[in-house]
Write a protein that binds this ligand. Structure first.
Ligand SMILES: [Zn+2]
Length: 559
């Protein structure tokens, strides 16, 4: 025997078996009982809330000869309707939206029912009808024969013309409550002689967002899994929704700066067809839960609370993360490639989260020496979150500070590219910069390609390139990925350049200073960044004298 989907098997066939929608069911029952039957109904509401099922039950019930509280299932009409569909006609407007179909209905409407008292037309997804079809339907609704009832069902009542709407008795179907969904799922399991943990059923109810059809289908899929211990995660995988464990995995990779694994995970989620909006929303929920867990004890179950408490984010970090995530949600509406955008923002998140780790070494000095070219916002986060960082220094390896080293050599790189500035190299790079676009669908370099498309090369020397971006956030992502960017450029231009990036505004300042220095015949000399990096780690004072004021008229820039 072929398998019947649970949704079909447990589709209600009488009012008593309908889940939720009590008010609508009562009104319909009474209208049959007291013979106040209208000739056109509009059932409006979200998918899977029972519109079509109730329409069919109603169609059957108005024809039942012994209707008291429900269909009797024994009278001649009930028996006839069990095996004949000539008097209950279902039309899916999504596939029959033409004027011709509605004209056929109009012609057939005149014919009497073949057996029963009423002939019922159920038009599903009625908002899909064309304007011409609506006009044809309106003519029929204006003068319906006494033996005809229309039930129009729609998920988008706002798309129904007012002229049609005004001729219908309207019922608004609500989402079905999680409790009602849970009870129905439990009932089906019992009937099927199967069992699942209650928390799995609750999770199915939660994910189904008020739709019984979705809930039963998800239950059906879950039961088809062969593993012994079905968990919430299994349900998440089946539903295409993002599970908490995936969110924790993303956060772990961010905190540990494990970018290759993070990008792999993003790739995997993309292949599984996960929705990026859903991921971002769940990251926001994580941040919300994290904050609640900090301030309200025993709010969450112990296990979840413990998972949240293993992280230590400062309040600035939390605020910055949620700002970035909210911005990402908005930006994603305007992009064709959500994955690339997601990757760019997630790298920006990595920077925000790991800013606290880069305070480990010499940030106290840095904060006393504000550096105009390095993002001043980040600087602020650094100082305010210092207290926390001292506590968890030990947990994170030194390599995490690689980027701090880079931030220190940025000025030296800017000096060096200016010192060796070469128009020919710049023209050559810009003439073939389009090659960067060729990597937009490359598996390894797609996000770097997407990032560099946003950039301009403004100065080039034989060994250095200076990039500019409109937005600070791009510069941050660039800084985090400068090594991969160098590898990428080596592939694209077949030459190993050292790179540095600043914002357009910073570039205006640097360029003005450069022009001024040139006028005054102040030359920029090359500095070996390795030497300076050593000095940096040895003594910040020395760095201050040698590199921090690179663009001033000091020891670095000589005549
Ligand atoms: Zn009956």
């Amino acid at each position: 025997m072929s398998y019947t989907a649970l949704y079909r098997k447990y589709r209600p066939t009488n009012f008593a078996n309908v889940v939720g929608q009590d008010v609508i069911v009562n009104v319909l029952k009474n209208s049959i009982k007291y013979k106040h039957i209208s000739h056109a109904y509009l059932f409006a509401g979200p998918r899977g809330t029972g519109k079509t099922s109730i329409a069919k039950i109603f169609a059957h019930a108005v024809n039942c000869l012994n209707f008291e509280e429900d269909i009797c299932a024994a009278c001649d009409n009930c028996k006839f309707l069990e095996s004949n569909d000539t008097d209950i006609i279902e039309i899916d407007a999504a596939s029959n939206n033409g004027v011709e179909e509605i004209r056929t209905i109009r012609d057939n409407v005149k014919l009497l029912p073949s057996f029963c008292k009423y002939k019922i037309y159920i038009i599903d997804e009625v908002h899909m009808l064309s304007t011409g079809a609506f006009n044809a339907l309106l003519k029929t609704l204006e003068e319906p024969p006494a033996h005809v009832i229309f039930v129009l069902a729609t998920t988008e009542p706002n798309k129904i013309p007012v002229t049609i709407m005004s001729r219908c008795q309207r019922f608004d179907f609500n989402k079905i409550s999680e409790d009602a969904l849970f009870l129905r799922l439990k009932f089906i399991l019992e009937q099927e002689n199967k069992s699942l943990p209650d928390n799995v059923l609750e999770h199915i109810a939660l994910l189904s967002d008020g739709g019984l059809r979705d809930a039963i289908n998800l239950l059906d899929q879950t039961l088809s899994l062969s593993n012994e211990n079905i968990s919430i995660d299994d349900v998440d995988k089946l539903s295409g929704k993002i599970s908490k464990s995936i969110i924790f995995e993303i956060i772990d990779y961010l905190v540990n700066s494990d970018y290759p694994k993070l990008l792999d995970l993003i790739e995997k989620l993309s292949l599984e067809g996960k929705d990026y909006n859903d991921i971002v929303n769940n990251l926001l929920i994580f941040i919300r839960d994290y904050s609640v867990n900090l301030s309200v004890k025993d709010y969450f179950p112990e296990e979840y609370s413990n998972s949240l408490s293993k992280y230590e984010f400062s309040s600035d970090t939390i605020i910055n993360i949620s700002k970035v995530l909210n911005e990402l949600l908005i930006e994603m509406k305007n992009t064709n490639d959500q994955k690339v955008l997601f990757e760019i923002y997630i790298m920006h998140l990595a920077e925000i989260i790991n800013t606290k780790f880069s305070t480990n070494n010499s940030c106290q000095h840095l904060s006393q020496q504000p550096d105009e070219i390095i993002n001043s916002d980040n600087q602020k986060v650094l100082t305010e979150s210092e207290e926390i960082n001292v506590a968890d220094n030990e947990d994170y390896p030194k390599e995490e500070n690689d980027n701090e080293g880079y931030n220190k050599i940025k000025k030296i790189r800017i000096n060096n590219v200016l010192a060796g500035a070469n128009k020919d190299v710049l023209n050559k790079i810009n003439n073939c910069y389009d090659r960067v676009n060729d990597y937009i669908s490359n598996k390894v370099y797609n996000s770097i390609s997407a990032l560099l498309i946003e950039a301009k090369v403004v100065v080039a020397s034989t060994d250095y390139l200076l990039f500019t971006f409109k937005e600070e956030s791009y510069v941050s992502v660039f800084d985090l990925n400068y090594k991969q960017i160098e590898l990428f450029l080596n592939e694209v231009f077949d030459h190993k350049y050292k790179v540095v990036a600043i914002t357009d505004n910073e570039w205006t300042e640097v360029r003005n200073e450069f022009i001024l220095n040139k006028k005054n015949n102040i030359k920029y000399v090359f500095i070996d960044e390795n030497d300076v990096s050593l000095e940096v780690s040895d003594s910040l004072d020395e760095l201050e004298n040698s590199a921090l004021n690179i663009f001033g008229e000091d020891a670095i820039s000589v005549k």
